[in-house]
Design a protein around this ligand. Structure first.
Ligand SMILES: NC(=O)c1ccc[n+]([C@@H]2O[C@H](COP(=O)([O-])OP(=O)(O)OC[C@H]3O[C@@H](n4cnc5c(N)ncnc54)[C@H](O)[C@@H]3O)[C@@H](O)[C@H]2O)c1
Length: 347
């Protein structure tokens, strides 16, 4: 058997190595780093290839591909969303992703992204809140206490200085799990029996529930002046979390409008409903929060550039941390035209 060439090998970050990487750096530091990487890529937003993600819907879920490129590096993520998985003992969201060199098309990295998606989603939410939430916010309501929840809490602590999280889930078991995981991490954690109790005194409300329907996690009367809403769970056609009257009262900030208009909370609104692109706020081209009493809403659906930033961050860390396997993934014969010969010599 002839040994594969050097180019045949692609670094692969397994789930075990992703967990080692996060522990080596520290989970809160990873959130701070990812928020900075994502913000830096939002600053150069116009140069990225952008397309709404390619979604394959079924009765019970969705499987999506999320590609982008900055002209030098290409990336994509495979991700699913199956709210009923949890009842079957499976994750609602799983993912993996790839980076490639645009100049050769050869892959540079293959990585697990189930954990990385939770990290990047939370880092993106916290980065957006840094620009949009009221100054000096200390308390966040966290509605939906599933797989993403602790990541959201810790990102808001590390990036925005949140010191209290108020938890609510329709399933009290999820809230107990979340409170136990957050214990001893420097946050005041309050388990609440109703969503109304959770939002008491909160300047930031995060909704991160999973349900394959137009749910109403927040009604209009629950949202007072000066609040920032971080709506994470409404991310598919027919899957929203907020009553539409909230949208009419809020300044709505989005990632990529052609995708968000189909997948986000604003799918409930007319096609010309005014929204602001977050990258323009960061670049000083559009206003963010205009006054202390304004309601701001980050209508998050998750965009390919955030995954690209996260994969590049992981790729960069491999130089110092190792923490990858080498996959014999690309057939790379010495004579590029002799692919068949390479196959036959392996007999
Ligand atoms: N915007 C993004 O970038 C992004 C990224 C990842 C996940 N998501 C979405 O975030 C959501 C949560 O993902 P997850 O992995 O944590 O899912 P999960 O299934 O692990 O947790 C969801 C939780 O929501 C709770 N819930 C359902 N209905 C509720 C209600 N009416 N009130 C309160 N709680 C309720 C469930 O009991 C469960 O504990 C999903 O909808 C997912 O698609 C969005």
């Amino acid at each position: 058997m002839i040994a594969p060439s050097k180019q045949a090998f692609v670094p692969f970050v397994s789930v075990a190595n992703m967990m080692r990487l996060v522990h080596a750096i520290g989970v809160e530091q990873v959130m701070v780093d990812l928020a900075a990487e994502i913000e830096a890529d939002f600053r150069r937003w116009p140069l990225f290839d952008k397309t709404p993600r390619v979604a394959s819907h079924s009765e019970i879920g969705v499987i999506e591909l999320m590609p982008t490129s900055d002209g030098e590096t290409y990336g994509f993520k495979y991700v699913n969303g199956h709210p009923s998985n949890m009842k079957r003992g499976l994750q609602t969201v799983t993912a993996f992703g790839l980076l490639a060199d645009v100049s050769t098309g050869y892959p540079l990295l293959l990585s697990e992204m189930t954990i990385l998606t939770a990290l990047r989603t939370a880092a993106t939410s916290a980065m957006a809140a840094k620009w949009l939430a009221p100054k000096g916010a200390t308390t966040m309501a966290l509605i939906g206490n599933g797989a993403q929840a602790e990541f959201q809490a810790l990102a808001f602590k590390a990036v925005c200085g949140i010191s209290e999280v108020r938890l609510y889930d329709i399933d009290a078991k999820a809230t107990r799990k979340c409170a136990a995981n957050l214990a001893g991490r420097g946050l005041t954690v309050v388990a609440c029996a109703t969503p109304e109790e959770a939002i008491l005194g909160a300047q930031i409300i995060t909704t991160v529930t999973a349900d394959k329907q137009n749910a109403t996690i927040l009604t209009d009367n629950m949202v007072g002046a000066g609040v920032h809403i971080n709506a994470v769970g409404g991310d598919c056609p027919g899957k929203t979390e907020l009553h539409k009257d909230i949208l009419s009262r809020a300044g709505v900030f989005v990632e990529y409008p052609p995708q968000t208009r189909v997948e986000g909370e604003i799918q409930q609104m007319p096609e010309d409903f005014p929204v602001t692109e977050l990258w323009q706020v960061i670049n000083g081209q559009a206003p963010g929060r205009t006054d202390a009493r304004a309601i701001t809403l980050f209508d998050s659906v998750g965009f390919a550039i955030e995954d690209f930033s996260a994969l590049r961050y992981v790729h960069g860390k491999l130089k110092s941390l190792g923490l990858c396997d080498q996959l014999d993934m690309i057939a790379d014969p010495d004579d590029p035209r002799d692919l068949f010969g390479m196959l036959m010599r392996a007999a």
